[in-house]
Design a protein around this ligand. Structure first.
Ligand code: AKB
Length: 311
């Protein structure tokens, strides 16, 4: 019987991942943790407060609940990380190292840790970016994610820790707000659309980025964790793709359903971050090794986002 701990369980991905894990394994088997319990958190018990920098508290929870899997989702995202680079580095890297260390001392624990398309940088080929390629991220978030990928591989190769990871693109969801990412525009625009308000986009009209609907991201994450260990050859992080679009294309796709929507463009510092990331991702390795396949195209994503927000 699995006993699962989720860090960052009140965040955008953590919330819906916790709900999906509870659906599959039963509520009591999934311990949601976060540094605070915000009012909008999607789930209740069992919940424990956890600052991921507090390794002894993490160890206490592992012992208390006999944890067998950790989904370590707590992180500071790309745009927010630029406000406080040292805090972002500390939280993103030491947080993961604490999780890897508890797993090193308990070989029953399997870990999921999310990387990001932010590991790529200005010198990376931007179109159909391969699994293995030059990586020179120039954001603190990207630097921390790349360092963490190296740590994951190190702990797997040197200590046999069963850690698995994907490089998430921007994630679209309607149940919980995103928390300070560069791809957040793709959610904000839906909120404006359903309130019949104009949208001022902080990225340029033609800034193409890889994106994914949250149900695909959650399902893919759970599928990766269910594979036999021998099938997982990439222990840094897998490229994982679904759709790619620009703000202009997303605007037109939404406008087909909400004709009142209007948009203007005021690119800010996030445009420079986005311009250093890939436009599209080659995820052949994930598709071959563990059968990753997305289900939501742009049209389906627009439909489900609008319906969800209206409801
Ligand atoms: C962000 O924009 O920071 C995240 C990501 C792509 O990792 N959504």
């Amino acid at each position: 019987m699995e006993s699962i701990l989720v860090t960052g369980a009140c965040g955008q991905l953590g919330s819906e991942l916790t709900l999906a894990l509870r659906e599959k394994y039963g509520s009591k088997q999934v311990i949601a943790t976060d540094i605070r319990q915000p009012a909008h958190c999607l789930h209740n018990e069992p919940f424990e407060l956890l600052d991921i920098l507090d390794k002894s508290q993490l160890q206490k929870l592992i012992d208390k609940y006999h944890i067998t899997r950790i989904f370590h989702m707590a992180a500071i995202l790309s745009a927010k990380a630029e406000d406080n680079p040292l805090l972002a580095w500390e939280l993103n890297t030491t947080g993961l190292l604490n999780v890897l260390e508890v797993a090193r001392n308990n070989n029953k624990i399997k870990i999921f840790w999310p990387s990001s398309i932010a590991v790529f940088g200005p010198s990376t080929p931007r179109s159909n970016t391969p699994q293995n390629v030059i990586m020179d991220p120039d954001t603190v978030y990207g630097i921390s994610k790349l360092a963490c990928e190296r740590w994951c591989e190190y702990y797997n190769h040197h200590y046999g820790v069963d850690v698995r990871s994907v490089r998430y693109p921007g994630i679209l969801s309607y149940k919980t707000d995103p928390g300070g990412g560069t791809t957040d525009y793709a959610i904000e625009i839906f909120h404006k659309a359903i309130h019949n308000e104009p949208y001022e986009c902080f990225l340029a009209d033609n800034c193409r980025l890889p994106m994914m609907y949250i149900d695909d991201a959650v399902r893919g994450t759970m599928e990766l964790m269910d594979q036999p260990a021998g099938q997982i050859n990439v222990r840094s992080s897998y490229n994982m793709a679904a759709i790619s679009f620009t703000p202009g294309e997303l605007y037109h796709a939404i406008k087909e359903k909400v004709s009142s929507l209007s948009i203007s463009y005021q690119p800010d510092f996030r445009q420079k971050i986005a311009a250093s990331w890939p436009e599209s991702i080659d995820d052949t390795t994930a598709r071959k090794e563990w059968g990753w396949a997305h289900r939501y195209g742009l049209e389906e994503t627009v439909e489900v986002m609008l319906e969800g927000l209206k409801a």
